[in-house]
Each structure stands twice: as C-alpha cells, then as structure tokens.
Ligand binder design. Structure first.
Ligand SMILES: [Zn+2]
Length: 340
C-alpha cells in the first residue's frame, strides 16, 4: 500500500509499505479516501524541535475513508461504511475521556500525523471507538474537514466562547480553512460577523459566505475598523488563530467582558499583555486545542444540514507537498484536500 512519509524537515517521500494485519480486537481497518490539510501539517513538515516523534513518520492529521474490514467483536461498523476518525489516540478510560472531554485525555498517545503515524496511507487500523459514521448526504471530501477544521471551530465558538445569536464576532483570517468554517457556523446561528482578509478578492468571497463586514488588514488597522463598525462598543467574541501579529489588536477589539478564544499562532507564539487592561476590561481569554468526538458528530450534522466546507484546492497524494506550500503561503481560500 502507498504511504506518504516525512523523512526530514520539508522532505516527504511516497513509499510502498506492507498493508496492516487484519484488525485486532476492538479495531476496524479503514481505506483512506481523502485527507484534509491543516496548519498542524505545516508545522510538522517544517520541523518542530520540541515535538516528540521519530522519522520517518506517515503524515496526514485529518481524513475520511471507508471501512475495509472489522474485527469479529466490532458490531458498530461493517465493510463499506463511510467514516471519519478522531485524530489522537486517546485512552478512552481516564476521567476526561469518560466525561467526553477527549481533547483533555490524561494519557493521550499522540496526534496522528504529528507525533505518530497519520492518515496519508491507503489502509490503517484504528480502535472502533475513535471512528464515527458519515451521514449519507455528506461526501467523503467534505467529511474529511470534520475531525479538525470544523470540530475545532465548533468547540471554539460554542463550547468555549459560548457565542449566542445576535452577538458580534470578529473572525480572523476569514479565508483560512477554519476562518471560512467559522463565518458559516456563526452566520447560521444569527451572529453578526466581522472578518479580516489579506486582499480584496478574498473580501468578496468572505461576503458571499455571510460575513457582514470585511476588513483588508493590509490596508487598514483592523482594531480601528472594528471600533468604527461597532460604534466604539467592540465585539462580543474574537476568534483568534493568527497569534503575535494580531493578539493585542484582538483584545482592543473586544467589548468589556468580551471573550477571546484562540487555537493558533501562525504569525508567532509570543506576545506581551497589558494586565491592567485584562482585568479592568474583564476579558476572558480561552485557549482551545482540538475538539471532542461530540464536536466531530456535531460538525458532520451541520454539514448534513447544508453548512459545507469551502474547498480551495484538491490535489493528489503525490502533490501533498504542493498543498502544504500553498497553505503556508496564506494564498488559500478554504480547505486543501488530498484525494486518494
Ligand atoms: Zn483519556
């Protein structure tokens, strides 16, 4: 079977590997059909000195596929079922896992495609408890965006920031994979959306997705534009993932008591904070990483209800690296999908 492996920083190799053995107790075997790319793939590809992992490593952190075989003790799935998989090997037994807070598992065995072998291969075996069925009306291409992109947004906006209908949210990088999903999900509950983009062509596309106000951050300071748009009030929620370049401007964009939720730092990991401003303005800053299995099911249900991911580009497995370079360059509008 084919597998795409990271052999050194910024160096991928497509190799032939022996297929996995028949699924063991509690496992299913999955035939991967689509992998969606995320910034975690870019970090892994560039190399991260502190990440505990061994090369070569099979890449791919978010995917959809079809059940190829099931262990005799697995009754929840059968061959041919269309599925997505949770992207980390959680233990399933710790307090966090038992309470459905999978992304806080105390004994997590690593993130697939980052710490341990991922999804960019024809076949893999997974515990059936980490596998979820895809609704009949959702394509596997779209479903591949549920385990990370959609579920991260679902977790950030609704579990963490508790965005309510009628509130205003600032979504950074409205053309990114998670930015496009955030615009659509916030719009669907009746929030007002302000978003930032890096060029005017993306501004039009963001409006078409449902953004009420679009700011080109290259020609205008976004925090000033937000004050103007909200008549100096500020927004209820900021959806952050840009990091150092935007973080303080994001805090300035909040109204008193506003919530900032962040899941990324693509522009840099360190910044300074004005602590007086933090407590006087009663801001809530919430870190968010990954999502729960419930969030993935909620994401698939939203897709079935018509909130489909925005697809920027589809590439073949051999073109995976081209997809990563496109993601790194911030030229994207939506998700990049690797088709098998
Ligand atoms: Zn656990």
């Amino acid at each position: 079977m084919r597998a795409l492996t990271l052999i050194a920083d910024r160096k991928l190799e497509l190799v032939e590997l022996a297929p996995p053995p028949p699924p063991g107790a509690g496992e299913v075997q999955i035939n991967i059909k689509a992998v969606a790319l995320n910034h975690i793939d870019v970090w892994g590809w560039r190399g991260m000195a502190f990440a505990k992992r061994k090369l070569p490593l099979i890449v791919g952190a978010e995917a959809a596929g079809e059940i190829a075989a099931v262990a005799p003790d697995v009754t929840a799935f059968k061959s041919g079922d269309r599925v997505v998989m949770y992207g980390a090997l959680t233990c399933g037994t710790c307090k966090a896992c038992r309470e459905g807070r999978d992304n806080l598992c105390e004994n997590v065995g690593g993130v697939l495609g980052f710490h341990i072998d991922g999804f960019a291969r024809d076949l893999l075996n997974m515990p059936a408890r980490l596998v979820m069925a895809v609704p009949a009306t959702v394509s596997l291409r779209d479903a591949a965006c549920a385990p990370i992109a959609f579920s991260t947004v679902q977790h950030m906006l609704f579990d963490n920031a508790r965005l309510e209908p009628g509130e205003t949210v600032l979504v950074h990088a409205g053309g990114s994979g998670i930015g496009t999903a955030a615009i659509k999900m916030a719009k669907a509950i009746g929030a007002t959306i302000i978003t930032t983009v890096g060029d005017d062509a993306k501004a039009e596309k963001a409006k078409a997705l449902g953004a009420d106000h679009v700011i080109n951050y290259r020609t205008e300071r976004f925090e000033g534009a937000v004050r103007k748009i909200t008549a100096k009030k500020g927004v209820d929620v900021v959806f952050e993932h840009v990091g150092a370049e935007t973080f303080n401007g994001s805090l300035l964009s909040l109204k008193r008591g506003g919530r900032l939720v962040t899941c990324g730092a693509t522009s840099g990991a360190s910044t300074t904070l004005n602590l007086m401003q933090l407590f006087q303005q009663q801001y809530r800053i919430i870190g968010s990483f990954g999502a729960s299995m419930r969030n993935i099911r909620e994401s698939l249900a939203k897709m079935a209800a018509g909130i489909r991911p925005v697809i920027d580009t589809e590439v073949s497995l051999a073109e995976f690296e081209r997809g990563l370079a496109r993601l790194e360059s911030r030229q994207v509008f939506g998700k990049i999908i690797v088709q098998f």
